[in-house]
Design a protein around this ligand. Structure first.
Ligand code: ADP
Ligand code: MG
Length: 388
């Protein structure tokens, strides 16, 4: 039955646009609070589709399917950044939708996103809009070396090319399909951090402690929350994340990625309008995970504590681990991983392992930062991962 007054009672249906792993973990959190979940996703089987109470198998812009979702559900959210914003706007005519289509649209296009971040008063890396080769010819010398990024649909480092010269940028622009791009000056990164922020319809806001993120081949490899980040850097990043959520009039969970430069400046990189890979540690190190917060905001329940109870690391499990040195298929040593104290394994139920594909993650808890580091190294050793 559809409910219109908040908070939604247990048994109410929550709708999720997208059937990926973020949707799957949302389902688990929603079901633990007694809600039922309907997932709309075009694939026959998907990580969230198989655990949802109902799977509506249809394209994201299928009006009949959207009507069905809106009729059944009391609130709808998204786990997929590139969901057509128009579908969220359409749903909003008949059901509570958080975040709003307008907020999601703002961060789906890097050009619109960067203009918004800049206008919000949050520092960014210098960039130029590249709609055609003319823009490259006119781009400032200060943007080289740089990274050319397609304005739309990029993720995990896809749709971007590092360029050292105007000529290379020219080639890269054609290689990317001559689509609208951002040319961004390469920054001297000291490290990268991110802040997951929760904001509800009462305009209450809460942030999880910033995590420090290490990437490998453009994909997040490890996120750590161990209390060792510089207090001023964290204060700035948290302030910026809250400002951005407020200015988007955001309802739900979002994440802001930041660059921390060698001169300690903090620059916003990008915003994800959903729970974030770097926030998965909250599943085991916090009383309330980022997914439960997403459920709570949708259901009109109070935002939960964002306190992290002990040092934690989140290690991504990519499909590469299913292949040995001879490229033969093998199952990673899960028993070995779980024999390391403080570890929890989360797998997304994806049938096929492919290199670079996110298959799961491991949360690793420690009593202190040093013990955590040791345990991470031990898990990496068991899995045959390089240790940085
Ligand atoms: N301007 C930059 N300077 C230095 N490193 C960058 C820059 N832009 C991106 N990177 C690196 O590439 C990663 C992926 O870029 P990002 O813009 O976040 O795209 P994606 O949407 O693929 O996550 C970043 O986390 C960072 O490590
Ligand atoms: Mg990113």
């Amino acid at each position: 039955m559809k409910h219109t007054s908040l908070p939604l009672p247990p048994g109410a249906w929550l709708g999720m646009m997208g059937g990926g792993q973020l949707g799957r973990m949302f389902c688990h959190a929603a079901q633990a609070l007694g809600y039922q979940v309907a997932v709309l996703d075009p694939a026959q089987t998907s990580p969230a589709g198989v655990v949802a109470n109902r799977h509506i198998c249809a394209a994201y812009d299928d009006r009949d399917a959207l009507d069905q979702l809106a009729q059944l559900c009391s609130a709808v959210s998204t786990e997929f950044e590139n969901i057509p914003a128009e579908s969220l706007r359409y749903l909003a005519q008949s059901v509570r939708v958080c975040p709003a289509g307008d907020a999601v649209a703002m961060v789906q296009d890097r050009l619109v996103e960067k203009a918004f971040i800049g206008q919000a008063g949050v520092p960014l890396a210098p960039y130029a809009q590249v709609l055609g080769l003319d823009d490259l010819a006119q781009a400032s010398d200060a943007l080289f070396p740089g990274i050319l990024k397609s304005a739309r649909l990029g993720y995990d480092g896809k749709g971007q090319v590092r360029v050292t010269s105007r000529e290379q940028a020219h080639e890269a622009f054609i290689q990317l399909g001559s689509v609208p791009c951002v040319l961004e000056a390469l920054q001297a990164l000291d490290h990268e951090i991110s802040v997951v922020v929760v904001r509800d319809s009462q305009e209450q806001t809460a942030c999880y402690p910033a995590s420090r993120n290490a990437h490998r081949d453009g994909i997040l490899a490890l996120s750590v929350i161990d209390g060792l980040l510089d207090v001023d850097v964290v204060r700035q990043a948290t302030g910026y994340a809250e400002m951005l959520a407020r200015q988007l009039d955001y309802q739900g969970v979002m994440c802001v990625e930041f660059f921390v430069l060698q001169d300690a400046r903090v620059l916003a990189n990008e915003i994800a309008p959903r729970p974030h890979n770097s926030g998965h540690a909250t599943q085991d190190a916090c009383l309330v995970s980022q997914f439960e917060q997403q459920v709570r905001v949708m259901a009109g329940l109070p935002i939960g504590t964002t306190q992290v109870l002990c040092p934690v690391a989140m290690l991504n499990v990519l499909g590469d681990l299913w292949f040995d040195a001879q490229d033969r298929h093998c199952e990673p040593d899960w028993a070995g991983v779980l024999a390391v104290p403080g570890t929890r394994l989360h797998l997304y139920g994806k049938a096929q392992a492919r290199k670079g594909r996110k298959m799961g993650h491991i949360n690793i808890l420690g009593d202190d930062a040093a013990q955590l580091r040791q345990r991470v190294a031990e898990v990496e050793r068991v899995l045959g991962l390089p240790h940085d």
